[in-house]
Design a protein around this ligand. Sequence first.
Ligand code: SF4
Ligand code: MG
Length: 320
Amino acid sequence: KQPLVEVKNLKKYFPIKKGILGRTVSHVKAVDGLDFTIFKGETLGLVGESGCGKSTTGRTILQLLQPTEGEVLYEGKNLVGMNPIELRKLRKNLQMVFQDPYASLDPRLTVGELIAEPLNIHGLSQGKEKDLRVEELLNVVGLSSYHAKRYAHEFSGGQRQRIGIARALALNPKLVVCDEPVSALDVSIQSQVINLLQDLQEQIQLTYLFIAHDLSVVRHISDRIGVMYLGRIVELADKQALFQSPKHPYTKALLSAIPIPNPLLKKERIILKGDVPSPANPPTGCTFHPRCSECMTICRTEKPALKEVDGQFVACHLYN
Ligand code: SF4
Ligand code: MG
């Protein structure tokens, strides 16, 4: 397995400003020290409740947001602090599919223009060649050339997400960050879009970082899954291992909330105490400790590091 993207100690803090002078009084630690690798050809799922920093992680990896600290290596080259011309060239390889296809598509452009936009920005193809490329991209996502002249609002949610995917593929990317690509869609349409993403992965050797708030959504598509809680990864493992032997109490709680096809694996729903704390004022020690039923004294003061336990990575003092 070759690494495509390596994330090292990635942090993204947003300043909270107060007063007329706009003094920074504190920070929201949206992403607070991530270390993981995305291997070529795999799908790495990233799950966690809303506000845990999943989208910020995706955007920071793509340099749509400037990281506060850390490195993002793409094929060994650090994108953080790279000169803009070089970054622009590499950025073609890193694209994003957004949660709400409607909000992310300019309503004044035809579908053909939307899909051609990335080609225009990078000055890639013109005239007849561009029309052919747009047609090809429409076909790849299961639409046809006659859709090119129409507007996004004339399409259903699922079709709009296909348009968003075609647009993301226009520049032949290597990595596509899918940020909750099916969360806004009807359940009946969700699997169609996920199947499309899987077919595309095989056809054109894509690598995905697939972000979702729900383990049942990433389950089908992922090879490995990372579970995020308040800006950190608390567990990272192969999909099978994560579903069969979750280690972190938070992963166990998330898993207990989704239906398991195997009725022999009897389980009780673990109800988490309270809500996700604010990332502006995270708990000390293990940030999960106020909600953890297995909390020990050390958990209140010491932040557990992500460590390998039986081939899985877990950040929890239970495994010391
Ligand atoms: Fe629970 Fe402690 Fe593990 Fe945190 S470190 S998940 S509080 S047992
Ligand atoms: Mg999000």
